[in-house]
Ligand binder design. Structure first.
Ligand SMILES: CC(C)(COP(=O)(O)OP(=O)(O)OC[C@H]1O[C@@H](n2cnc3c(N)ncnc32)[C@H](O)[C@@H]1OP(=O)(O)O)[C@@H](O)C(=O)NCCC(=O)NCCS
Length: 179
């Protein structure tokens, strides 16, 4: 079963692992953005973050949810508004996802988790959403396409990954015509 839930205390050590040791997911998510870190710095940062979100009221807007697959924490979904190379004056939410656990990938989890998160945003008033990736990320592109996202903006050769140039892509999903 695929479930979105709020963060719990035991997630902190998952994040420490995912940002220091099991970092393969970073080869796919913005690999041009890598930064040096340590387990101590990550533990302190994620503990502080957890303290901020652990007692959010039930009806407070969520910026991030943890993804659980059959009771196991495998990644997260989040929303943001700073699109980097693109203006977002209308404050349309962009959705991001990472299945940091490689064993959770390629089984429909990403598609379903994003579907649930987009449903949440729609229920809270979103009429469209963006997602951003790069032309070398076939899994994310196919996932977005399956959910109905269509190409919106392409910045040619903006990203350099492992010595090769790729396009930066923003895709858009119109929610107003959906049921
Ligand atoms: C991108 C990601 C969220 C996709 O989630 P997922 O659970 O692996 O994808 P799904 O199993 O739901 O598959 C969705 C579609 O993508 C296809 N797909 C999955 N992995 C693929 C790959 N490596 N190459 C090409 N297509 C792929 C699936 O076959 C499926 O299409 P289909 O139904 O036509 O067969 C996940 O792979 C991930 O977290 N990757 C690492 C981090 C990342 O890239 N984050 C996004 C940054 S923009």
């Amino acid at each position: 079963m695929i479930k979105l839930r709020d963060m719990i205390g035991s997630d902190i050590e998952d994040y420490v692992r995912w940002f220091t040791v099991e970092t393969e997911w970073m080869d796919w998510d913005a690999p041009w953005e890598t930064e040096a870190t340590t387990a101590e710095a990550e533990r302190a940062g994620w503990t502080e973050y957890y303290e901020q979100v652990k007692e959010l009221p039930q009806d407070a807007p969520r910026w991030k949810y943890e993804i659980e697959l059959d009771g196991r924490h495998v990644g997260w979904v989040s929303r943001y508004y700073d699109l980097g190379y693109l203006e977002n004056a209308e404050k349309i939410p962009a959705v991001g996802i990472d299945l940091a656990e490689p064993s959770a990938r390629g089984r429909g989890v990403g598609t379903e988790a994003l579907r649930q998160f987009i449903g949440y945003l729609k229920a809270n008033g979103a009429r469209c959403v963006y997602t951003q990736t790069w032309s070398g990320n076939a899994a994310m592109l196919r996932t977005a396409q399956k959910l109905g996202f269509v190409p919106y903006v392409r910045r040619k050769d903006l990203r350099t990954v492992r010595g090769k140039e790729y396009d930066a892509l923003t895709l858009k999903l119109d929610l107003s015509s959906e049921e």
